[in-house]
Each structure stands twice: as C-alpha cells, then as structure tokens.
Design a protein around this ligand. Structure first.
Ligand code: ZN
Ligand code: ZN
Length: 403
C-alpha cells in the first residue's frame, strides 16, 4: 500500500504544485483566511468528504472534514495550517504574492496543498481504510495570542480522534529529508513585559529622582543569570530581552517609566515555572532596591510541542519505507514554537519537519523572510507521508508497527 500511495502522490504532483502556487499568489493572514477556506471546502466537497465543518473561533476561517474508510476502526487527524504572514513578497517568480502586505513566508501554502493532495489519495484508497481520517485545515498558526489550533480544539475538531499528525516544511533541511523527534520537540513561547515605575526629574539633579533607567539596566543584566544560574544545565531555556522603551527620550529628563519586553522559551513545565518565578523575583528585588516599582506581565503564549513516542516511531518507520532510511533522521530541539502543541496536549501526536531547502533553487532562505520559498519537488512526499501515516496508523495492529 505504501508504494501505491507514493505512486498516487507522484500522479497528483502537478496538481499539488499548481495549487500551492494558487495559495502562494493569494495569501491571507491569520484570521482572514476566508477565500482560502472556501477553496479548500469546495475541494473537499468535490472529493466526497464527509462531516465538513467550516469556520472556527467565531469566524469563517478554517475547515475540517472526514474521509470515512470502508471498515470500522480508529480516527486519525492530519493537520495543515493555512495562514500567511503580514509582509511583502520580494521574490522574482511567476507565482509571487498578488497582495501587498501578505505573503506565504512560512510554507503554509505548501502545507495546505499537500494535505489536499493527501485527501485525494485517501479518497482513492478509502475502501481499504479501517476507521476514518479527519482532515484539519487550521487558520491562524502565526497569530501568537489567538492560536488557530486552540480554536479548533475548542470547536471539537479532535472529538473522537485517537492520534494527530502534522508536517512543517523546513528551508534549513535539505530538500526531501524528513526529521523527527520523540518527546519535547519545539519550545513553549512566553512573553515578558516588565514595567518599571520611578520618579522622573532633571538630568542634572539625579538625587531628587528614582531613576527607572538604572533599574532597567541592572534588571536586564541580572536576568542573564536566570538561564545560567537558576536552570539545570541539562535543561534548555532562553530568556531574551528584545526591547527597552523609556517614557521620555530627551537628553536632560530622567523618565518616569521604563518598559522592558522580551521572549522566553522552554521545553518542560517545571522549567517554565522556574523561569517565570525567577524573572519576577529578580526584577522586583533589583527594582525595589533602586526605589522603583515593578509590574511584571508574563504571558504563556504557546505550550511546548511534545511528540508521543509511539506515534513518532510509527511516523519514522512509515517515512523510512516511503523515502528510504537515508532520508530520515533525528531532529535537534527547535527553539521556535508551534500551535500544533494544542493537539499534542490533547491526543498522542507527532509533528515532523520536511526539508524543502535547495540552495540552487534559492529555497534555503529563512522562514518569515521576504524571499522565502519552498522546493516544490519535495511536496508530493509530504502528501504521500500524510496519507501513508494515516493508512499505517489505522490499518496496522500495534504489534505490526515498524514492519
Ligand atoms: Zn512561521
Ligand atoms: Zn509555520
């Protein structure tokens, strides 16, 4: 069956690429993906999918549907994110974005067309499928504060689902190579805002002010000890100060307030708790010693993406059969974050990276850059992997895993 799936994916390759270009030319940013949603829903109707549900999070964005197999069994969810980013496309290609201020610079156009390709493969083999496949086309992965994955989970997209699978294309990995990782894979993303309240005054008379800039300098330095002195060296964490703003920016005014913003990344809840606690304790201690008032707002934006060991093993063995063992390798931890974590927190799941980086085709540019592109020659493999994983999960008994 794996060979048949791969042959079908190759057969649909042209269509997958054409569709990817359609999405690339017509990008829609997070929570604005109404036309993209309509396009996908129509295609799912054409394929004869069932239980099509359009619109999540009180919007008309996002769509889920089922491919129901000919025999009873479990339910496996396959996920694609469909949103673009708010930036201008600076590539010189025929399929460049037609919209100013919107661009598929993370490859979610590829994810969408790849999953539609998988849907077509699955409808061809559904008579042999035990159980059903839930296709999830999710909006707003990039939104940060309002994750599309959470809206899908809240909207019941995972009801009755036994496992979930997702793929991200990756420009830093050679085209056609798959990377997997069991356990923690992508970091949790938190934001920190520290508001330092002092007492302003004249730059020439510091003794009459409580200077919040001095507190900000010292807090910024002291926070460098969170990762180096508070976190076990075997754990991984990042605390980055990314911005400092004073309430006035004049050469002879000591400002009233300073605001520090930054980003924290961790993989384990215990480490995340410790980072938040230490940032609060150190900021307050240092700030108060300098007669400033500290308000910390620490926001947990996205949980860490933790892959289930047995689902990951199944993905790995399926990918090896499909692509060859030399094209499948273990990933390093990724400090970036993904809202796929909301699915992985709910059901056993695996999220993997599919390489689309080919320097000779200029598809090795960083994600979120205005020249980002994907090597389309790898996309049929993504469609095949989605379908092959679903088939293997539904049709193989546990004891047969990896055969
Ligand atoms: Zn992205
Ligand atoms: Zn992405």
């Amino acid at each position: 069956m794996i060979n048949k799936i791969k042959a079908l994916a190759k057969e649909y390759e042209k269509e997958i690429i054409e569709r990817r270009r359609h999405f690339h030319m017509n990008p829609e940013i997070s929570w604005n993906e109404t036309e993209t949603t309509k396009y996908i829903a129509q295609e799912l109707r054409n394929l004869g999918c069932e239980n099509i549900k359009v619109g999540f999070g009180g919007t008309q964005c996002g769509v889920i549907a089922d491919v129901t197999g000919g025999k009873p069994g479990k339910c496996v969810a396959l996920r694609a994110d469909i949103d673009a980013l708010p930036l201008n496309d600076e590539k010189d290609v025929a399929y460049k974005s037609q919209k100013a201020g919107a661009m598929h610079a993370c490859g979610h156009d590829a994810h969408t067309s790849v999953l539609l390709g998988a849907a077509k493969i699955l409808t061809q083999i559904k008579g042999d499928l035990k159980g059903k496949v839930r296709l999830m086309f999710q909006p707003a992965e990039e939104s940060g504060i309002r994750p599309g994955a959470k809206a899908l989970v809240d909207g019941g997209a995972l009801d009755g689902v036994d496992a979930a699978f997702g793929i991200h294309v990756m420009s830093t990995i050679p085209s056609g190579v798959l990377e997997y990782r069991s356990g923690p894979f992508m970091a949790a993303a938190d934001t920190l805002e520290i508001l330092i309240g002092g007492k302003g005054g004249h730059g020439s008379t510091p003794e009459s002010a409580f200077d919040p800039t001095i507190a900000a300098f010292q807090i910024g330095s002291a926070l460098q000890s969170v990762v180096s002195r508070e976190i076990c060296p075997r754990d991984t964490a990042v605390v980055s100060i990314c911005g400092i703003k004073t309430s006035s920016h004049v050469f002879n005014i000591i400002p009233e307030r300073v605001e520090i913003v930054g980003s924290c990344r961790t993989f384990r809840p215990e480490v995340q708790d410790r980072v938040e606690e230490a940032i609060g304790r150190i900021s307050r201690g240092v700030g108060e010693s300098l007669r400033c008032k500290i308000d910390l707002k620490y926001t947990r934006i996205l949980p860490a993406t933790v892959n289930d060991a047995s689902v990951t093993e199944l993905v790995k063995s399926t990918a090896e059969k499909l692509m060859g063992a030399d094209k499948v390798r273990e990933s390093a931890l990724i400090m970036g974050s993904e809202d796929f974590s909301y699915y992985a927190n709910k059901v056993p799941a695996a999220f993997v990276s599919l390489g689309t980086g080919a320097p000779e085709k200029k598809t090795d540019m960083p994600h979120h850059s205005p020249k980002f592109d994907v090597d389309e020659d790898a996309l049929y493999l993504g469609a095949a992997l989605h379908a092959a994983f679903a088939w293997t999960f539904l049709n193989q008994e546990l004891s047969e895993k990896g055969k």
